[in-house]
Design a protein around this ligand. Structure first.
Ligand SMILES: *Cc1c(COP(=O)(O)O)cnc(C)c1O
Length: 404
């Protein structure tokens, strides 16, 4: 008799974005004249930069001729891309990462979900609360989290590290020692960034306890401040305890194109085994490579033209972030994030719950955001606005909110 993976039955419904969509649709139907502005989107909106489009076109043309046609890509990625990544993202920042430590993939969501496979089921996982849901749900599926606790609204065997107003939305070293620590900086959803000194404490802690840090740096390109590290490998000793995940989605608009990579340093060993070997085996067995065309597009991200165009694109979003942050702050809201990230995290006024504020904002300002409680129990009482809209809409949304 067939049985199913019962761990899947422990997953909690991800009602967040579907509930948001339903509420917005109902409101629009009841108020057909109202122009709703959406600042809830976690997706980029600017088109691909010209340098990337040119590279895509060229690669497509190569596929049309037998002499330049490419079939299966190398398992771990084409050298032209891995070399560009190693040089630009790591070596130029003083990180000792080489091209053969880089695994090209179809994005950071898959990698952040798949990476847990190379670890034993008895490992204890620590995550921030609030958190990007993929880290927890994929560990639930694997059977590493225990049962769901309806009172605490989280899983019994996961270590949750609250990120609150009191600690500046940065996790503190947990009391119980974890094996796997998921960190994401700059953070989605809170927009918080971590300084190099603070991240070094985590690296030291992992090296002392033997834990492994899975570091999601998907928003690295939004970093503005000098003391905020772009990679965990800027910290001393990180190649002995950390895996880094990167994506082309938020820095270059590849959310629909799909490209990312994972760095597993060769020095990183646990349980007598190089994690690099395990991830290479997993990647080679279960993944047949990101498309050639897309890897060429990724290469263009590192060209001089590509870099200049993408800086402009990020600046566009960060101008929106500033409009949101300063507008709300001047209106008396308690706001954070938005300086090194495209997310602004605000405290709901008057003790409103996240969902009460959602309804209030939709009704009074016709603006859509994302309730913080959807990202974890400690997100309750907070609300996420994103900088991915157009400048005009962002300005209007903030005008409407401040007039409420
Ligand atoms: C958007 C995002 C990613 C990137 O996902 P892709 O699959 O590369 O599009 C990864 N981590 C976080 C926290 C994100 O918000």
């Amino acid at each position: 008799m067939v049985t199913v993976n019962k761990n899947y039955l422990k997953l909690q419904g991800s009602y967040l974005f579907s509930t948001v969509a339903k509420k917005v649709a109902a409101y629009q139907e009841a108020n057909p004249e109202t122009r709703i502005i959406r600042l809830g989107i976690g997706d980029v909106t600017q088109p691909l930069a010209p340098a990337i489009i040119t590279s895509l076109h060229n690669a497509v043309d190569e596929m049309a001729h037998a002499e330049t046609f490419r079939g299966y890509a190398p398992d771990l990625g084409y050298d032209f891309l891995r070399n560009a990544i190693a040089k630009n993202d790591y070596q130029d920042r003083g990180c000792r990462i080489t091209a053969d430590e880089i695994f090209v993939s179809d994005g950071a969501k898959s990698d952040s979900g798949n990476i847990q496979e190379i670890f034993g089921l008895d490992n204890k996982v620590a995550v921030c609360d609030p958190v990007y849901p993929v880290y927890v749900d994929t560990n639930v599926m694997a059977g590493r989290t225990g049962e769901y606790n309806h009172t605490r609204e989280n899983f019994d065997d996961v270590i949750y590290m609250p990120c609150t107003e009191e600690n500046g939305f940065l996790p503190e070293l947990p009391e119980e020692t974890p094996d796997l620590i998921y960190l994401c900086f700059p953070n989605n959803p809170s927009g918080a960034a971590i300084t190099k000194d603070r991240l070094q404490e985590w690296v030291d802690y992992a090296n002392k306890t033997g834990a492994v840090i899975i570091y999601d740096a998907a928003y690295e390109a939004y970093i503005r401040e000098e003391n905020v590290p772009h990679s965990i490998y800027e910290c001393e000793g990180a190649t002995e305890c950390a895996i880094e995940l990167r994506s082309f989605s938020k820095n270059a608009g590849f959310t629909g194109v799909r490209l990312g990579f994972t760095v597993v340093p060769k020095e990183l060993e646990r349980d007598g085994v190089k994690l690099h070997t395990l991830w290479a085996r997993r990647h080679g067995t279960k993944f047949n490579g990101a498309p050639y065309i897309v890897q060429r597009a990724g290469e263009a991200v590192y060209s001089p033209e590509g870099k200049a165009q993408l800086t402009e694109q990020i600046n566009y979003y960060m101008r929106n972030a500033k409009v949101i942050y300063e507008g709300l702050k001047n209106a008396g809201y308690s706001v954070s994030g938005g300086v090194n990230a495209p997310y602004i995290w605000l405290k709901t006024p008057d003790q409103m719950t996240s969902w009460e504020f959602f309804d209030y904002l939709l009704d009074k300002a016709h603006v859509v955001g994302t309730p913080g409680s959807g990202f974890g129990a400690h997100g309750e009482g907070f609300f996420r606005l994103t900088a991915f809209g157009t400048y005009e809409n962002t300005v209007e949304a903030i005008e409407r909110i401040t007039k409420m």
